[in-house]
Design a protein around this ligand. Sequence first.
Ligand SMILES: *Cc1c(COP(=O)(O)O)cnc(C)c1O
Length: 394
Amino acid sequence: MHTGRHFLQIPGPTNTPLPILSALAIPTIDHRGPEFQKLGADVLKRVKLVFRTEQPVIIYPASGTGAWEAALVNTLSPGDKVLMFQTGWFATLWSKMAAKLGIAAEFLEGDWRTGADANRIEQRLRADTTHEIKAVCVVHNETSTGVTSDIAAVRAAVDAAGHPALLMVDTISSLGSIDYRHDAWGVDVTVAGSQKGLMLPPGLSFNAVSPKAREAAKTARLPRSFWDWEDMIAANTTGFFPYTPATNMLQGLKVALDMLLDEGLENVFARHARAAEATRRAVRHWGLEIQCTNEAEYSGVLTAVRLPEGHSADHLRAEILARSNMSLGNGLGPLADRVFRIGHLGDFHDLMVTGTLSGVEMGLAACGVPHNPGGVDAAMRWLSGNSAPRALAS
Ligand SMILES: *Cc1c(COP(=O)(O)O)cnc(C)c1O
């Protein structure tokens, strides 16, 4: 039995703030009635601000994986080729899904420590003179490694190659936490989910879709029904959905949008960057290695930390859960037991960051992992010397 609040410091699902929890508990309403229509119209309109788009954003009652599938089945035909970049575990899962759907996914090999390499993408596209590649699919924030890829650079690479491929981006762990611009970066399909930066429980996922993607959908022949964009867009024009939406999750989304937009997206991003910097200061002080090796690609959302050879990251996480009632992210795929991941996203403030770091530092000591004590102090010194975002005047 644990006392006190559980610290959910995995990189999603994240801590759900009380105002959102209260909204989820509003009695379920008629999804064909006038009250719902107002709710639907409001969230469908304002969610675009978070994607920074004026194009339709489709909302599915599904986890992020569903929105991955929607992006592929709406735009592609059996046997189509797509180019993906192996940033880590989530990019790997997306490519496996493509293969299962009968798409030929070409996977540019990565090192799981850096982001998508725009130059290599450009070279590959230049070599594709017959334009066999129909889409380039990239994960914006690779949640398995804590590496954020430069999507504007990938866009520029596609343009420089003069290639007509669609650009699809997974922002499941970055939307609402790291700067992202669907329209300005010329993204055709943005895939997102509810349980990370949007601070909701798992259960909603999203596709923001460009006119070019909708055009491709007209001739795309992969079977689709539940995921069909045009059925959604047609019903959404009046605030409704073609099948029962996750009504209570949309009540929660309304409040999540209030919170993010009241704080201001720039402030939200700065708050994440601040927590990330404080976390890296602690990790460096401990003398542990950060999985991401390119400073320009450090994630504002999570930090993956490598354990010294011979020490088990899973044992450390289990010990921290037992001692401090805190969940940390596990290592995925080849990083299993080698890294643990500190989530610093969603609803949190400085004390949650330092509380999280103190739980880690106590765990390192308890498990006999070699480290220099005082990482929490290093984080606190940096936080106190750098002005915190002020609470908003109400
Ligand atoms: C969490 C995550 C997913 C998977 O989303 P689910 O909601 O678990 O289906 C995919 N991609 C990234 C980058 C993620 O962080």
